[in-house]
Design a protein around this ligand. Structure first.
Ligand SMILES: [Zn+2]
Length: 444
């Protein structure tokens, strides 16, 4: 008999960790960090299982809320392998090394979750597998990965044990995301573990947001202002860069575009190495000799000095910088410098969590505190929540309905209870479980 036990991400969107327990051994699908409010409920160091009892780990993608507890597993005695795509390995390496560097450099003992040695063990034990290549990970247990369209190398995972199958969606991407292919549909299983982040949002804003986005960028630059775009460095930043590339090439602009993030050059190198994963439009551009992530006037700022020089510049510019909700990263320094200039535009992308600086700007606060100083907000603030990495409810419902086998049960995860209930409302198959943390489900 197979059992499914959730060790994270049951009713919150971070800390994804799903155990499939079989007579042949136990496997983990993802083992991510709890972040934000989930971290107040769950400790990242209390695993609730013995890492020695795990026989294999399979990763859906490289976001820290899906891979960030794997180095902790190694620290606590895990000796097995980690399976996933090549892009997931390359991106996780950057993400985890950056985290361990931050732990070592800035945090007190209590927050030192893992170190660079643990990350090295993760890398040494990583086994790359391709999409749609059935792979035996422990005796009699096979997995197959399918493009989830959420991040470069992201995957949904099909687990095959004897004559039974369990499908885990991982994070499912938004349709028509730049660079990425749409999520691969049609795979079904006896049981399905499905994400529900946007269970309460029927549809993202339509894709004609590009025209609005373009108008904002053009108007700001033409009036001599600066476009400040805070963004997550892994994935989102490259997708926005793709759009900026289109705007600059279509309008023949000669302003500077800065990527102000020390990590971003490593990420862009990974995109270079994994071009085979690009969608049709991006491949088309490449075949015409146009790299969709590179153009004249694009500058990577790696050192602090280069960043300061850019911030001081009198000329209009566009800057993409780490810190999606303006809570950290170099974007904060650009904000301090230019938030009180009415010529500036701040373009927020994705969801802004309550209490963050991004949220206060989004809410229209006329004054904000950045570090210890108060600043008057005179910049124009725009918000593009639809530039999200997650598919809306219609996308996920369609994804489930297109499965080639209707699951006996659907476990909804990675969403709050309201999102899960709203999602269930719209599914034809009502045999839905609002997954509970630590509960053992028997999959007969
Ligand atoms: Zn993700």
């Amino acid at each position: 008999m197979i059992r499914y036990i959730n060790y994270g991400g049951a009713d919150g969107i971070t800390g994804a960790c799903h155990m499939i327990s079989t007579e042949y051994g136990n496997i983990l699908l993802d083992c991510g960090l709890f972040q934000g409010k989930d971290m107040k409920i769950h400790s990242n160091l209390d695993l609730y299982f013995d890492p020695h009892e795990i026989d294999a780990v399979v990763l859906s993608h490289a976001h820290i809320d899906h891979c960030g507890r794997v180095p902790i597993l190694y620290e606590m005695g895990y000796k097995g392998k980690v399976y996933g795509t090549k892009a997931t390995k390359l991106l996780s390496e950057v993400v985890l090394e950056e985290s361990s560097r931050i732990f070592e450099e800035f945090s007190g003992e209590t927050y030192k979750l893992f170190n660079s040695e643990n990350v090295q063990m993760f890398l040494d034990n990583y086994v790359e597998i391709n999409y749609m290549e059935k792979t035996e990970i422990i005796d009699n247990v096979f997995v197959e990965l399918f493009d989830a369209g959420h991040l470069l190398g992201s995957a949904s995972i099909l687990v095959i044990v004897d004559d039974k199958t369990v499908f885990y969606s991982g994070d499912i991407g938004k349709l028509n995301t730049p660079i990425l292919k749409d999520p691969q549909k049609g795979v079904g299983a006896d049981y399905a573990i499905i994400e529900s982040t946007y269970g309460s949002l029927a549809e993202h804003e339509s894709n004609d947001f590009f025209d609005k986005f373009q108008d904002i960028v053009l108007n700001t630059l033409k009036r001599g202002g600066k476009c400040l775009i805070p963004s997550a460095t892994v994935g989102k930043m490259q997708e926005i860069l793709y759009l900026i590339n289109d705007i600059f090439e279509q309008n023949d602009l000669s302003y500077k575009v800065y990527i102000d993030s020390p990590m971003s050059t490593k990420i862009i190198d990974i995109y270079e190495k994994c071009k085979d994963l690009y969608d049709e439009d991006a491949l088309q551009k490449l075949s015409e000799g146009d790299d969709p992530l590179d153009f004249t006037n694009l500058c990577y700022l790696t050192t602090k000095e280069e960043s300061i020089e850019a911030q001081e510049s009198q000329d209009p510019y566009v800057v993409l910088s780490g810190g999606g909700m303006c809570e950290g990263g170099r974007i904060v320094y650009h904000l301090r410098k230019h938030v009180s200039d009415p010529k500036t535009s701040i373009i927020l992308v994705g969801n802004q969590v309550q209490g963050t600086l991004g949220w206060r700007l989004f809410k229209g606060n006329k004054e904000v505190k950045i570090f210890r100083d108060k600043f008057e907000v005179k910049a124009e603030i725009y918000n593009f929540p639809s530039l999200s990495g997650h598919g809306d409810r219609n996308t996920i419902v369609d994804y489930v309905h297109s499965m080639n086998k209707s699951p006996k049960k659907i476990f909804l995860v990675h969403g709050d209870r309201k999102s899960q209930m709203d999602m269930r409302e719209h599914l034809i198959n009502k045999n839905v479980e609002y997954t509970k943390f630590l509960k053992r489900y028997e999959l007969r």
